[in-house]
Design a protein. Structure first.
Lengths: 852, 233
């Protein structure tokens, strides 16, 4: 399937659906495509534009209702005033006006998901038609803040019969406003160096000058999504739905550009931050048929997703020359690197579910589904070069036996160098899930479930080049093998017969079986306890463990014995373990498994250290707790507080060792009447992640920690802490048609990273062990403080004016981008993104609100 | 930073508190019955003064004329607030307007308590049986009509029209009348009034305005017949 206009995607089925809707009169399933439309001016889909309903929530009760957890439900918005148009009732409103931004108005974080621009805006256009006689309705809602931020939402149907729903949503996503590119063609799949830089022949000074001369620019990835949905009641029990959506993304984002390591070779190689294009589309399709009877429920569904990327690959020019580590030799003049973009892929899933009500409010359900994820995109050639790559001995770049480390590009730069030209890979999934709930006593509920899930990888890939009999893939766009003789990334007979490299794919088949058993017992009115046991067996293929088991037991207690207090507490313990941990199950994917492989002198180097435990399969103990109290301070006020904590202890000397979190929140809500509401909240959360690893010191077969490959003095550890605080307050008040609202939000997040190392051997690039004092990187910080106020005053029966102002300040510190303002070119490393910047902005807006 | 944070928080709360006195409920002739107290009345006094009522509604609260509703066994709160509504509406075309005009609050409470204490009509020998059960009225009562936006009546009035099942526990449900065996003519009159929007004075009426909005005459007739039949589901 190829990309096509979203509008064309919409129009074809729309015509058919409209014809169908005209002939069949049935009901509304409530299923739709992306039901919620909104933007920063209208975050709640139009709800904020209406005053609260002075009549309260319901004609049954004057009080605000509380949820089962004890929180007040929000007072609903007032119904719009309606005008009779024959049989139809019409209501509509138009909010039109302007916004003006002062301060750092081009700042990316300020503009993220908004793209504020000075000028006229369509705040909201809302039209609703209702025909009470038969419940027919039609509505349109639209808003447009800027060229890239607009939505349109339309639906029509008949209550209890059918509904047709269509939408368009555009969402800007400014990624950075501090990009300096040394390439032309940003946004396309072909980056060429700006003048006067020359591919493969520029110096660090020249590249630095080009970077400094580049105009700082914004990059973004903007989304546009269109959707169409249709649902219908075929009779009071059978319903059907079909939804389709098409989302396009377009723009560019910072990406890599590997041309061999530069850190250990200051004047060699190239580490480039390129700008890759984003230009893709995803079509999602969901359709289903449902039966809801008094005893049986049936659900048959199909869902599909189809991703298509405009580009198969993108390439970029490499500014620097490469030089070999062998004196007297010469490197091939490589000028270009490349990446494959995400492959086009398809996803299909069919599901059938059946539910039977049992006596005493019991229920049994069985669900089965089959899925297939496949990709068969065209493959790209292993390298994008002309002539030769590798190293020419004696200063000669002539191919021949005298140059065993020099390779012919023509044997690698076309699809003929691949064992097949398309991916032809897929994963099949299957799921069976059974659940039962019984109530043997009025105060006792018992539940049990069994779930079986498989993911089977289909297809295999052996990276064999039929042109020359080599196995593997050219590494670093040929740059590595053009600096270090023979490190080309592929295995080949002769000089490369001992090259250790990946040659085949790794199928990660997976089978999961899970059994659950639980019960809730109501000890007394408003007081209940519950317990759940989950036993899970995880059987991955080609991983470090063939079988991983975890058992989680959790206890919960809910107490509503006091009218004014709801208490909920939960405690759980998980223990994960498994069979023998095989630190290296990947041998078969390496060239050492080939028949012609020649063991290098000293033996095949260890792939990894035997003491490392990967965190998803490692044995561990996890303890969690949460305590939530909701206090009703009278009928109209709520005070809530929560505490939570989690502790994870991993049985690993290398790898993740612990992950702990804890936090708490306090929230206050007050809704004394429909004309006034106020709330405030404060929260803090903390997390600590500890991990350790070892730096390899030799190409030696010994995988043991403490051996020559992984000596103890090369061990390092890292402690990553995150501390977040957030607070906010808001109110909304009205007197007749005058309305006033305010909102304040504050976020302060801090990340700290401390590390320790046994000796400088543990460090990759700071061999003297003192380059980073204090054994810590500077903290990263994210601080945002924003306050907004709004006032709506009536100017007439149908006219009102809304004035609103938002002041916001953002401050960010990220050591990854330290020094980017001075230079972005360091040796042969080229950075493009200058990182996040702070802002201090004010947004003033006026909207004339007209009731149509 | 902390100072600006506190200033922002205090400003918001202060502005909100300043705005608070603005908030007040509407007050007009509309009768909001959502938080009524339990009714206190003297059934004996109600009985003693009920001679005029009995002329139409009979001494046992079970009338013989279709337009005069049965009162026996009805919730006292419903009866009281219905009479208060009639007083407030003061419709010139209603015979009840003049009859209730001079009654004070205590008399209304006493009459309500008296008629609520009477046993409702006996429907154990309902003759319609299966036929009524299968009728259009029974269907609407039980299931409503989703295609026409009509909710099922039994959701509030009880499966067999005996009133809301939680009426004994919560006062607000005692404003939902017992309808089982009520005269069809009376039910038709009331449903049409709700549908056509001529009864809107109370919060309960507002609820019924929505529930009856899409009932056509045939459906009202069918419902009324099923209610009058006294049949059970």
């Amino acid at each position: 399937m190829h990309r096509q206009s979203g509008h064309r995607v919409l129009l074809a089925p729309l015509g058919g659906l409209l014809l169908l809707a005209g002939n069949i009169a049935h009901a509304d399933s409530g299923i739709g495509v992306d039901m919620w439309r909104g933007n920063v001016l209208d975050p709640r889909g139009g709800a904020d534009s209406r005053p609260l309903d002075p009549r309260g929530t319901s004609w049954l009760s004057p009080r605000q209702r509380r949820s089962p957890s004890g929180n007040l439900y929000l007072c609903p918005a007032a119904s719009p005033e309606q005008t009779k148009l024959g049989e139809w009732l019409f209501s509509g409103s138009l909010d039109i006006g302007f916004v003006g931004v002062s301060g750092d108005e081009d700042n990316a974080l300020w503009n993220r998901y908004a793209d504020w621009e000075d000028g006229f805006i369509l705040g909201l256009l809302q039209l609703e038609f209702l025909r009470p006689r038969d419940g027919s309705y039609a509505s349109l809602r639209a808003s447009r803040i800027s060229d890239d931020d607009a939505y349109f939402d339309a639906m029509f149907g008949r209550a209890g019969s059918y509904k047709v729903h269509a939408f368009l949503r555009e969402l800007p996503n400014a990624l950075s406003d501090s990009v300096r590119s040394i390439w032309n063609g940003v946004g396309s799949n072909h980056l060429t160096l700006v003048d006067p830089l020359q591919a493969g022949a520029s110096t660090s000074g020249q590249v630095g000058a080009a970077s400094r001369a580049a105009i700082e620019r914004q990059i973004s990835v903007n989304r546009s999504k269109q959707g169409l949905g249709f649902s219908i009641y075929l009779d009071p029990r059978w319903s059907a739905h079909a939804d389709v959506s098409n989302e396009q993304r377009k723009g560019a984002r910072p990406f890599g550009g590997a041309m061999f390591f530069n850190f250990p070779f200051p004047d060699n190689g190239g580490i480039l931050e390129t700008l890759r294009p984003v230009d893709d589309a995803t079509v999602n399709l969901n359709t289903g048929l449902r039966y809801a009877g008094s005893k049986w429920r049936l659900d048959f569904a199909y869902s599909g997703s189809f991703y298509r990327d405009r580009y198969t690959r993108f390439d970029y020019e490499m500014p620097y020359a490469l030089s070999p580590v062998i004196p007297g030799a010469v490197s091939a003049p490589l000028q270009r690197g490349q990446f494959a973009t995400e492959p086009d892929n398809d996803y299909h899933n069919i599901k059938a579910a059946i539910t039977r009500k049992l006596g005493n409010a019991g229920e049994f359900s069985l669900t089965a589904s089959l899925g297939r994820m496949s990709q068969d995109d065209s493959l790209i050639a292993p390298i994008d070069c002309q002539g030769v790559f590798g190293i020419g001995l004696g200063g000669s770049l002539q191919l021949g036996p005298q140059n065993p480390f020099l390779f012919d590009c023509s044997q690698w730069n076309s699809n003929a160098a691949l064992p097949r030209t398309r991916a032809d890979m897929r994963i099949d999934t299957s799921l069976v899930d059974g659940r039962i709930v019984l109530h043997p006593l009025e105060s006792l509920s018992v539940r049990a479930g069994l779930r079986f899930n498989r993911e089977d990888y289909r297809g295999s890939w052996l990276a064999f080049n039929p042109l020359n009999g080599a196995y593997g893939y050219v590494s670093e766009n040929g740059a590595q093998g053009s600096v270090v003789p023979g490190e080309v990334g592929f295995w080949y007979p002769g000089a490369g017969a001992s090259n250790l490299t990946r040659i085949r794919n790794l199928p990660l088949d997976l089978q999961t079986t899970e059994a659950t058993l639980g019960a809730d017992w109501r000890i007394s009115e408003g007081n209940s306890i519950g317990a759940d046991l989950v036993v899970n067996r995880f059987e991955p293929g080609n991983r470090e463990r063939e079988q991983v088991d975890f058992r989680r037991i959790s206890l919960n207690w809910t107490n509503r014995a006091l009218d004014w207090l709801t208490l909920r507490a939960k405690l759980s313990h998980l223990r994960q373990s498994g069979d023998r941990y095989n630190y290296d199950p990947y041998e078969f994917t390496f060239s050492s498994s080939l028949p012609g492989f020649v063991e290098p002198e000293g033996g095949v180097p260890a792939h990894t250290v035997d003491a490392l435990r990967k965190f998803d399969l490692a044995s561990r103990d996890e303890d969690k707790f949460s305590l939530i109290a909701t206090i009703a301070l009278g009928d109209d006020m709520t005070l809530g507080a929560s505490l939570n904590g989690m502790r994870n202890d991993y049985d690993a000397s290398l790898g993740r060792q612990s992950y702990d979190t804890h936090g708490g929140t306090v929230q206050w809500d007050w809704q004394p009447n429909p004309r006034f509401m106020a709330s405030a909240y404060f929260g803090r959360d903390f997390s600590t992640l500890e991990l350790a690893n070892v730096n390899d010191q030799a190409l030696d077969p010994d995988p043991s920690l403490g051996g020559p490959t992984y000596p103890l003095d090369a061990v390092w550890s890292d402690r990553d802490r995150q501390r977040n605080a957030y607070a906010g307050a808001s109110f909304k008040a009205s007197l007749k048609r005058v309305a006033w609202d305010g909102n304040w939000t504050w976020v302060n997040a801090r990340g700290s990273n401390n590390y320790a190392f046994a000796s400088p051997s543990a460090l990759a690039y700071f061999s003297d062990g003192s380059s980073v004092p204090g054994n810590a990187f500077p903290d990263t910080r994210y601080r945002v403080n924003a306050i907004s106020m709004g006032l709506r005053v009536p100017l007439g029966e149908r006219l009102s004016l809304r004035v609103f102002d938002t002041w916001a300040r953002g401050r960010f510190e990220d050591w990854h981008y330290a020094g980017m303002d001075e230079t972005r070119v360091i040796e042969h490393r080229v950075y493009t993104d200058g990182g996040p910047r702070g802002y201090r902005n004010n947004l003033l807006g006026m909207l004339l609100q007209v009731r149509l | 930073m902390k100072n600006s944070m506190l200033a922002a928080a205090f400003s918001l709360v202060g502005l909100g508190l300043l705005a608070c006195p603005w908030a007040r409920a509407d007050s007009d002739t509309f009768m909001d019955l959502r938080s009524i107290p339990a009714l206190q009345g003297d059934p004996a006094a109600g009985k003693a003064g009920s001679a005029t009522c009995a002329a139409c509604h009979m001494q046992n609260g079970i009338s013989v004329v279709g337009l005069f509703p049965n009162l026996a066994g009805q919730h006292a709160e419903y009866l009281y607030w219905r009479m208060r509504t009639i007083q407030q509406e003061a419709r010139a075309d209603s015979p009840m307007t003049a009859l209730l005009a001079d009654l004070d609050d205590a008399e209304l409470r006493n009459f309500s308590a008296w008629y609520a204490s009477l046993p409702p009509a006996d429907h154990s020998d309902s003759a319609n049986g299966a036929a009524a059960h299968a009728s259009e009225g029974a269907r609407i009562w039980n299931e409503g009509d989703a295609t026409r936006g009509i909710p099922p009546c039994q959701g509030c009035h009880g499966r067999n029209a005996e009133g809301h099942p939680l009426a004994a526990k919560a006062i607000r449900w005692r404003l939902v009348p017992v309808l089982r065996g009520q005269h069809a003519d009376f039910v038709i009159q009331r449903l049409k009034a709700y549908r056509d929007g001529s009864h809107t004075l109370t919060s309960s009426a507002r609820m019924m305005n929505g529930a009856a909005a899409n009932l056509d005459d045939a459906s009202i007739e069918a419902l009324a017949q099923w209610i009058e039949s006294g049949d059970s589901m």
